[in-house]
Ligand binder design. Structure first.
Ligand code: MOS
Length: 702
C-alpha cells in the first residue's frame, strides 16, 4: 500500500467551476487584458511568400510612424540558443527561435516585430513595413504518394516503427483482406482566446504573463532560448481561454521577451486569428494505409498500419497515427509505421488526441469494412479481437474495459435491433444509418510537485503549477484536495498557473489531472502528518511540499489506457450530399471521474469535435502561394450548433486498480477518438458508400 490518502466524498459529485463566477462577471483576467503600467505593444509582421530569403527591410520608414518604439528583425535581434532539451525529452520546436536568419521557411513566417505605444500603432506600422524577398520555389503539396522518410529519432511518445511476424505471409493466408487508404486533412485548433503574452523585467527577474498549458514548460523553454537560469524566469497563466495542444511556447512569448529586454518596459504580443493558422501549430494532414487480414470469423491474422504526415523544414513533428493499433487489436503479424515528409509549411504540433484522432478514423473505418466483408457484427468483431496483453509491448493491461463500454453502449443505443445491410433505411429524402467505433487513449501520469498549507483560519491552500485550460481542472483539484484533507471543498483554495509553484506536468496528453492529483495527495498526506504532531497553526500557516516522482516511478509497467465506445446515427440527403448527425452516444471508461459536470462537458466537446472532423474541418492550402485559403473562423468550417444533435456521454463505474490509488485515467483526448469513424461508418451504413477521405463533404457524397 502507498501512503497516499484514498479519495472520498467530494470527488464524484457534480460541481460548477470554482472560478465560474469570476469568469462570467469578467473579474477573471486573461493574459491579453491584465493591465501593466508603461505597457508597450508588439505586432508581428509575417511573410507572404512561402520560401526564400529576406533581401531588405525598410525599417526607417516605420520607425518614423506615430508611436513606433522599435523594430526587431534578423539584423538586430539577440542570438538564441536552440540546443536545449524540450519537455519530457522531446525535441523543442525551434520555429519559435525568431529573427535568427534571413530565411523564410513558410508563408506566415514572422519577419519582424514592430513595437509601439498602442496596439493600433504597432499594427499600422507592421502593415506598412516594406520587405523585399528573393523568392525560391516552394513545395507545400502533401499527398499519399509522397515517399516520406522514417523519423530520424523516435520521439519518447511514439516509436517510428513496430513489427511482429510476417505481414505479407499472414495476409496471403487470410480468408478476408481489407487493404484501404485513408486521408485526413490539415486541421486547426483555434482556442477562442488567442495566444497572448506580456513580458517584463522585475527586480532582476523576467516575468511573462501568458496563456499556456504549462507555466513551467514555457519557463523552461524561454530559459533555454535566452540562456537564462530558470529560477530567474517566472511564468504566470492563471486563466486560459482554451488550449488543445497549441498553447505552448510560440512566437508571441519569444517576441515579447526580446522586446521587453530591448526596451526595458513591459511588452505585450497577441497573435491575430489569422496568425494563429501559421504560428500556433496545427494537426498535420495524414495519409494512411491499413491492411487487415482475417479468418472468415473475423479473427485478425494481420494488421498493418502505415501513416504519413508532413512537417516543416524547421522541425520534425510526428503525428503518431499508427498508435491506436498498438493498443486496440493484436494479430499474428502486426506492423505499424510512421513516415514524415518535409514541406515548406509551418510546423505542425500536438492537437487534441495526437495520432489517435486521425489514426482511429482510419483503423476503425477499416475494422468496419472488415466486419462487413466477414458478415460479422462490428461490435462482435472487436470482441473476437480482444488482446490478452499489449499487442506490441506484451505488458498486462491495467483494466481493459473496451468490451464493457461496447456492451453498455449497445444496450443504450439500441444496437441489437440494427439490420447490418447498408442503404436500406429511408426517412423521406434521407437515407439513415448507424455506426460504431472504439476509442482509447494512453493514461499516463508524470512527476509533479505541490505545496499544501494549513492556514490559521482553518482553511487550506494548495499551490501547484497546474493549468486550467477551460476544462475545470482547478475545480477537479479542489475536490481531490478536499477529499485528501477530509474537509469540505469550500475550505480549500487551489492556486495554479505560476511557475514559482515548482515543477509540474502540463495540461496535456490527458495527464494533467492525474499527475497533479498524485502530487496534491502526497503533499496533503505530509501536511496531515505534520498537523497531527503540532498544536495550533501559527499565523503564517504550516506549509509542506511534496514531489510525486518516487511514487510514480514505482508504478509497475502496464498498458494503462482509457477506453470508449462511440455510436452515431446519421441521415444522408442523396439529393444534396448533406450528412446530418441525428444522435451520438459515447460510453467511456477512464478510471475515477472527478467532477461529472465538467467531465461530461469534456466528452461532449470531444465528440462534437469528432463530428466536426468527420464532416467539416479542412484547412486548404493554395499550391501557388503556399498559403492558406480562408485562414479564419469564417473560412475554416467547424461544426456549429445546428450541426450538433443531442449527444449523450456517460461512463462506467471505475474499476479498482490495485497499483494506482489515484486511478484517474484522463479524459482530455478520449472523447474525439473514434468519433469521426463512428460517423463515417454510419454514412456507409446509410448509403453503402465507404468514405475514406475526410471531411465527408457534400461533393464527396454525391
Ligand atoms: Mo494536448 S494535444 O495533450 O493539449
Amino acid at each position: 500500500m502507498t501512503a497516499v490518502t484514498p479519495l472520498k466524498a467530494s470527488v464524484g459529485t457534480a460541481r460548477t467551476r470554482v472560478e465560474g463566477r469570476d469568469k462570467v462577471t469578467g473579474a477573471a483576467r486573461y493574459a491579453g487584458e491584465i493591465p501593466f503600467a508603461e505597457l508597450a505593444h508588439g505586432w508581428l509582421a509575417v511573410s507572404a511568400l512561402a520560401r526564400g530569403r529576406i533581401r531588405s527591410m525598410d525599417t526607417d520608414a516605420v520607425l518614423a510612424m506615430p508611436g513606433v518604439l522599435t523594430v526587431l528583425h534578423h539584423g538586430n535581434a539577440p542570438r538564441l540558443e536552440t540546443g536545449y532539451p524540450g519537455l519530457m525529452g522531446m525535441r523543442p520546436d525551434v520555429s519559435v527561435a525568431l529573427f535568427q536568419h534571413d530565411r523564410v521557411p513558410h508563408a506566415g513566417w514572422p519577419v519582424a516585430l514592430i513595437v509601439a505605444e498602442t496596439s493600433e500603432q504597432a499594427r499600422e506600422a507592421a502593415e506598412a513595413l516594406v520587405v523585399e524577398y528573393d523568392a525560391e520555389p516552394h513545395d507545400t503539396d502533401f499527398h499519399a504518394d509522397r515517399p516520406g522518410t522514417y523519423t530520424a529519432a523516435d520521439e519518447p511518445h511514439a516509436a517510428a516503427v513496430t513489427a511482429k511476424g510476417d505481414l505479407e505471409a499472414e495476409l496471403a493466408r487470410s480468408a478476408v483482406v481489407v487493404d484501404a487508404r485513408y486521408t485526413t486533412p490539415e486541421e486547426h485548433h483555434n482556442p477562442l482566446e488567442p495566444h497572448a503574452a506580456t513580458a517584463r523585467w522585475e527586480a532582476g527577474r523576467l516575468e511573462v504573463v501568458d496563456s499556456n498549458q504549462g507555466a513551467v514548460w514555457v519557463q523552461g523553454e524561454l530559459a533555454g532560448l535566452f540562456s537564462l537560469d530558470p529560477a530567474s524566469v517566472r511564468v504566470r497563466s492563471e486563466h486560459i481561454g482554451g488550449g488543445f495542444g497549441s498553447k505552448s511556447v510560440r512566437a508571441h512569448q519569444v517576441a515579447a521577451v526580446m522586446a521587453a529586454t530591448a526596451l526595458r518596459r513591459p511588452v505585450r504580443v497577441v497573435l491575430t486569428r489569422r496568425q494563429m493558422f501559421s504560428l500556433a501549430g496545427y494537426r498535420s494532414p495524414t495519409a494512411q494505409r491499413i491492411r487487415l487480414g482475417a479468418d472468415a470469423d473475423g479473427r485478425l491474422r494481420a494488421l498493418g498500419h502505415e501513416a504519413l504526415n508532413l512537417t516543416s523544414t524547421v522541425h520534425e513533428y510526428l503525428e503518431p497515427s499508427a498508435m491506436p493499433g498498438r493498443v486496440l487489436y493484436d494479430a499474428d503479424a502486426h506492423h505499424t509505421a510512421h513516415r514524415i515528409v518535409r514541406l515548406d509549411v509551418p510546423s505542425p504540433t500536438f492537437m487534441r488526441a495526437p495520432g489517435a484522432a486521425p489514426g482511429s478514423f482510419a483503423l476503425e473505418s477499416a475494422l468496419d469494412e472488415l466486419a462487413a466483408k466477414c458478415g460479422v457484427d462490428p461490435i462482435e468483431l472487436r470482441v473476437r479481437n480482444e488482446p490478452e496483453t499489449g499487442p506490441v509491448s506484451g505488458l498486462p493491461f491495467a483494466g481493459r474495459t473496451l468490451v464493457a463500454c461496447f456492451r453498455e453502449g449497445a444496450r443504450r443505443f439500441g444496437w441489437a435491433d440494427r439490420d447490418p445491410r447498408p442503404g436500406l433505411r429511408r426517412d423521406g429524402r434521407w437515407l439513415l444509418g448507424t455506426g460504431t467505433a472504439s476509442a482509447s487513449y494512453h493514461a499516463g501520469t508524470a512527476p509533479s510537485t505541490a505545496a499544501a498549507t494549513a492556514e490559521a483560519d482553518g482553511t487550506f491552500t494548495i499551490r501547484i503549477s497546474a493549468s486550467d485550460i477551460g476544462t475545470g481542472a482547478r475545480t477537479a483539484l479542489t475536490l481531490i484536495a478536499a477529499d485528501a484533507l477530509e474537509v469540505a471543498s469550500d475550505r480549500v483554495r487551489v492556486l495554479i498557473g505560476d511557475s514559482d509553484f515548482g515543477p509540474a506536468m502540463i495540461a496535456g496528453g490527458s495527464m494533467g489531472t492525474s499527475s497533479w492529483a498524485w502530487a496534491i495527495t502526497a503533499a496533503v498526506a505530509r501536511l496531515r502528518e505534520r498537523l497531527a504532531g503540532s498544536g495550533a497553526v501559527p499565523p503564517e500557516g504550516i506549509t509542506v511540499r511534496a514531489d510525486s516522482t518516487a511514487a510514480i516511478v514505482a508504478l509497475p509497467p502496464k498498458e494503462r489506457h482509457s477506453y470508449g465506445a462511440q455510436f452515431a446515427e446519421v441521415a444522408v440527403d442523396t439529393g444534396t450530399g448533406e450528412v446530418r448527425v441525428r444522435r451520438m452516444l459515447g460510453i467511456f471508461s477512464a478510471g475515477r471521474i472527478v467532477n461529472p459536470l465538467t467531465a461530461r462537458g469534456q466528452f461532449v466537446g470531444g465528440m462534437t469535435w469528432g463530428i466536426s472532423m468527420a464532416l467539416h474541418e479542412e484547412a486548404v492550402r493554395d499550391r501557388a502561394s503556399g498559403a492558406h485559403v480562408g485562414a479564419d473562423l469564417a473560412g475554416y468550417h467547424v461544426a456549429a450548433h445546428a450541426d450538433v444533435p443531442h449527444i449523450e456521454a456517460d461512463w462506467l463505474p471505475a474499476e479498482r486498480d490495485e497499483d494506482d490509488p489515484i486511478n484517474i485515467k484522463g479524459i482530455g483526448e478520449l472523447g474525439i477518438v473514434g468519433a469521426a469513424a463512428a460517423v463515417a461508418n454510419a454514412v456507409w451504413h446509410a448509403t453503402g458508400v465507404r468514405h475514406r477521405h475526410l471531411p465527408i463533404r457534400p461533393d464527396r457524397v454525391l
